[in-house]
Design a protein around this ligand. Structure first.
Ligand code: ASP
Length: 439
């Protein structure tokens, strides 16, 4: 058995958290590959090391002294090293990091040092071998990961070392320059490592006991989801659930590696298992049709009406071409015989709405164009909805009983999600009442 275990910043923010991580790693001999983030927040109001490093970069960029910020960063690592009784020569490590960032003062190179230093400490603490991610995670010049090369290189390095700690978040361009993923990218590093080594599982350890059925800022104490498919996860993440970095799924999904979300502060909690499909539904999951409910605010609906629109060939295509001209992405399209509506993010049409509607009027000559702002989209996601009659009936009845007006309805043809548009003022209420009705 071989598992890649990735720990997020809050799981590595202090010596105390390091001790928890060590206990977790040592409790399962399969946990031979450990991927670490940089130290995160120790308490609310604290600053993540990665953010401090970006501040450092800004100082260097504007030729301001960066030593004080760097001292704060160094202090974070000293605290961990002292608390864990580590003996490596951190001070000369800091010196070489300083030289490194002065030599190539790019934001990526500087930000990457958070993970680099944390991995050095964790490797000593666990007695594992440190492998620098710039030596195996390769990017192409177009900024995409060179999977083939990365997989082959890590396989070889791992075969020699046996038990390893890898810094998350970064790799190297073909010329050796350090490149990072976007924020939260250590999740991706873990997924690539898991795929490279064809592991039995990829465990992503964080500070919540799995993916929650709804946003805890909206629903009090939402249940964790025990099992979720990759497709459901995609729907949930796209519609706002803050779970994993979006590029995480691809490598593990391709190799059918089970992905677990676990809680460092509560290791015995079940967490969430993510797979392509489930042969057996868990007893808990069988009780409910809905896997999760999420949503986003601030959308606009543009509705074009024209008598006999249905007989005018190419009407919708022309309209969409104009929308495309302004670089606006269409989220959903709904239609009736004489009208059709597109749902777009309000931010995207902020500056172009006036010109866009003028163009639509000129080219399509509709009877009316109506634009409604302040729309929220709420997604009800669940693989078990597909073969259960009555889910949408219950959903609409619930909203009706709670006097929530539905502005738009959309169901994907694979039936794993139902999207409803409501007014922004009803956003939280919609999520709450649906959650209560489906749990
Ligand atoms: N440390 C980086 C960040 O804060 C990457 C990560 O934690 O995944 O975004």
């Amino acid at each position: 058995m071989l598992k890649v275990v990735k720990f997020g910043g809050s799981s590595l923010a202090s010596a105390e958290q390091f001790a928890r991580v060590k206990a977790i790693v040592e409790s399962d001999p399969a946990r031979k590959v450990v991927v670490v983030s940089a130290p995160g927040k120790r308490f609310s109001g604290d600053t993540k090391v990665t953010d401090l490093l970006y501040i450092c970069h800004a100082h260097i960029k504007y030729h301001a002294p960066f030593e004080d910020v760097f001292e704060d960063i160094a202090g974070r690592y000293r605290e961990i090293a002292d608390g864990c009784g580590l003996t490596q020569d951190l001070e000369s490590e800091f010196e070489s990091v300083k030289q490194f960032i002065q030599k190539a003062p790019t934001a990526d190179a500087i930000a990457s040092r958070g993970e680099y230093l944390n991995a050095k400490l964790m490797a000593e603490y666990l007695g594992y071998t440190f492998i620098d991610s710039k030596d195996w995670l390769c990017f192409n010049y177009d900024g995409r990961v060179d999977f083939e090369k990365s997989y082959a290189t890590l396989k070889e390095l791992f075969a020699r070392a046996g038990k390893v700690v890898l810094p998350g978040f970064y790799g190297a361009m073909p010329d050796g320059e350090v490149k990072t993923f976007t924020r939260g990218g250590s999740d991706v590093t873990g997924a690539i490592a898991a795929a490279a080594l064809d592991t039995d599982a990829y465990e992503n350890w964080t500070d919540v006991s799995g993916i929650l059925m709804a946003d805890p800022r909206i629903v009090e104490n939402p249940r964790p989801i025990e099992q979720v498919t990759f497709s459901e996860l995609r729907e949930l993440s796209y519609m706002g659930a803050d779970v994993l970095h979006e590029e995480t799924v691809f490598p593990v999904r391709q190799k059918n590696i089970p992905l677990y979300i676990k809680n460092t502060n509560d290791p015995s909690a079940r967490g969430t298992l993510i797979l392509e499909e489930f042969e057996r539904e868990s007893e808990e999951d069988k009780k409910r049709f809905v896997t999760g409910i999420t949503g986003r605010k601030n959308y606009s609906i543009i509705t074009l009406s024209k008598a006999r629109m249905n007989s005018e060939a190419g009407f919708i295509r022309h309209a969409l071409k104009l929308v495309e001209k302004y670089g606006v992405t269409v989220e959903y399209i709904t239609s009736s015989i004489d009208s059709f509506s597109i749902v777009v993010s309000t931010k995207q049409i902020e500056f172009s709405l006036h010109d866009l509607t003028a163009d639509l009027n000129e080219v399509l000559n509709p009877d009316r164009i109506k634009v409604d702002h302040g729309i929220s989209l709420v997604a009800v996601v669940g693989r078990r909805m597909a073969w259960n009659v009555g889910v949408s009936g219950r959903l609409f009845a619930t909203l009706g009983e709670n006097s929530i007006n539905i502005r738009m309805i959309e169901q994907g043809s694979d039936e794993i999600n139902i999207i409803i548009g409501v007014e922004d003022k009803d956003f939280k209420k919609t999520i709450r009442v649906l959650y209560d009705s489906f749990t």
